[in-house]
Design a protein around this ligand. Structure first.
Ligand code: NAD
Length: 504
């Protein structure tokens, strides 16, 4: 049992002002795995005050000082990777190999990337008669979701630290453990008092207090659209900046070529990674109508090959995060059937032999783009296959969505694939796989307004294509690497470990 009842405020482990606790449920067993404290506005006030005090000196720190600190954090993070991965598995149900591999590796990758970017970042630029300074924004409120818990925390905390900002982190209540260990790492690494603070608790209390707080300069939020809208409203009265990374319903276009069936299979397995709880998951698979039967067969075989079970075992898919999320997935499966979508694989209920735990069946529907299961984010292992008649038709379907977060195009003709990618209105697109920690991540439309990852973190510039090197085909359903490879562009050589596919 884990007992995480103290917050990290002003360089000290601090009891909540008003004691209150909540139990954390292990989604694989439905049993209590630990307890966290639930903070109040008073705890937020203390954390923000500490961050405000620390901003004066931290914003004036040198690049060398910040690099030293990031490297100390890196040493400590590396030492505790196994523990971090186990915490992710326990809090949100990712298979242990995924937790200790890809989940932890994403954090390691963002940390390494923050170091690389800081080493070369130009904070000053002479433009004609003007000296342009790029300055830290100030005190940042960082609010994160549970689905890739370490990824979301690290992609905010480390760039904030690197740029001279101070921060207050509010981790997800459903998955609070890995963030707590990260706070221990920051403490051990010697982060100066007040530069990084963490308060656990309910979003409607801690998140809202941060969003409204007059002494917070920016909110960086990753999570659902309704909460993003609420945060924007809450932040408006104090005119703070708000970066939103929200949901998606990303299209995955498979071109009509010799690799069509293999690409469909890889995309289907890819959809089931992290039990489909990935904001940029390719949850709408667009295949040529002329080859629909072949595509359906490939998707069915791939979905049925996904092993589901106890995340501590050798499985491809664990449970979804909570009873609530399980219910949402079941409701969408029922809705798909009601709307007349054709069930290809999976369906309602738990997989055979799993009586306890929030397990879902890897599910595939053949549907049309007007159905709710094709328009709304399900956030579970449910893939929708939609047929297209021509390239123009595929682009139209891809763009006919309220969201615009991720996108995928797979095909042997790389130029044709890139031409399609250019026409897709979405923030990030993977063409034939690939992975790059330096590529910007963020959405258009109702997927948000922010851009994160690499040097664009906290920036507002819209960059699009990512992973255009033809280094591998889509997502491979196998255990991820123990440690993410050194950050850098995919260079076209076969590096399957670097091509595990969509993240967060
Ligand atoms: P959520 O919006 O319910 O919660 C996200 C965070 O916001 C949590 O820490 C929560 O406690 C907090 N929160 C809740 N109410 C709040 C309020 N009123 N004010 C301030 N904070 C509040 O989302 P979730 O269920 O944790 O995560 C799933 C969602 O996140 C999905 O929609 C997914 O697509 C999205 N997501 C987006 C990205 C991205 O990069 N675009 C990445 C991962 C997840």
């Amino acid at each position: 049992m884990r007992n995480y009842t103290q917050f990290y405020i002003d360089g000290r482990w601090t009891a909540p002002v008003t004691p209150a606790t909540a139990e954390v449920i292990n989604p694989a067993t439905e049993e209590v795995s630990g307890t966290i404290s639930l903070g109040s506005e008073a705890d937020v006030d203390l954390a923000v005050a500490a961050a405000r005090r620390a901003f004066g000196s931290w914003s004036q720190s040198t690049v060398a000082e910040r690099l030293d600190l990031l490297r100390s954090i890196q040493a400590e993070y590396t030492r505790r990777m196994q523990e971090l991965g186990e915490a992710v598995t326990e809090e949100m149900g990712a298979p242990l190999a995924l937790g200790t591999g890809f989940h932890v590796g994403l954090g390691a990758g963002h940390l390494q990337t923050a170091i690389e970017v800081l080493e070369n970042f130009k904070f000053e630029e002479q433009r004609g008669p003007t000296l342009l300074l790029k300055e830290p924004i100030g005190v940042c409120g960082l609010i994160t979701p549970w689905n890739w818990p370490l990824n979301q925390v690290t992609v905010k905390v480390f760039p904030a630290l690197a740029t001279g900002c101070t921060s207050v982190l509010k981790p997800p209540q459903l998955a609070p453990y890995s963030a707590q260990i990260l706070a221990e790492i920051m403490d051990k690494a010697g982060v100066p008092a007040g530069v990084f603070n963490m308060v656990q608790g309910q979003g409607s209390v801690i998140g809202a207090a941060l969003s409204r707080h007059p002494d917070v300069d920016m909110i960086s939020f990753t999570g659902s659209e309704p909460v993003g809208v609420q945060i924007t409203k809450d932040a408006a009265d104090t005119v703070k900046r708000v970066g939103l990374e929200l949901g998606g319903k990303s299209a995955w276009v498979i071109l009509d070529d010799d690799q069509m069936a293999a690409n469909v299979a890889a995309a289907t397995s890819g959809m089931m990674v992290n039990a489909g709880q990935t904001c940029s998951a390719g949850s709408r698979l667009l295949v040529p109508n002329a080859r629909m039967a072949e595509a359906v067969a490939a998707a069915k075989a791939a979905a049925e090959a996904v092993s589901v079970g106890n995340p501590l075992g050798e499985v491809a898919m664990g449970p979804v995060v909570s009873k609530g999320q399980w219910n949402v997935v079941q409701q969408y499966i029922a809705k798909g059937l009601e709307e007349g979508a054709e069930l290809i694989a999976g369906g309602a209920g738990r997989p055979d032999g799993l009586e306890k735990g929030f397990y879902c069946k890897p599910t595939v529907f053949k549907a049309t783009n007007d159905m709710a299961i094709a328009r709304e984010e399900i956030f579970g292992p449910v893939l929708v296959i939609i047929g297209y008649d021509s390239v123009d038709h595929a682009v139209d379907i891809a763009n006919d969505s309220p969201f615009g977060l991720g996108g995928y195009v797979n095909g042997q003709d790389r130029d044709a694939a890139i031409a399609i990618a250019r026409r897709m209105r979405t923030g990030a697109i993977w063409v034939n796989g690939g992975f790059d920690f330096h590529a910007p991540f963020g959405g258009y439309k109702r997927s948000g307004n922010g851009r994160e990852w690499g040097r664009i973190s906290r920036g507002q510039v819209d960059h699009r294509l990512r992973g255009t090197a033809p280094c591998c085909q889509a997502v491979m359903p196998r255990p991820p690497p123990a440690l993410w490879p050194k950050a850098g562009p995919c260079r076209g050589s076969p590096r399957p470990a670097a091509c595990m596919g969509p993240t967060a």
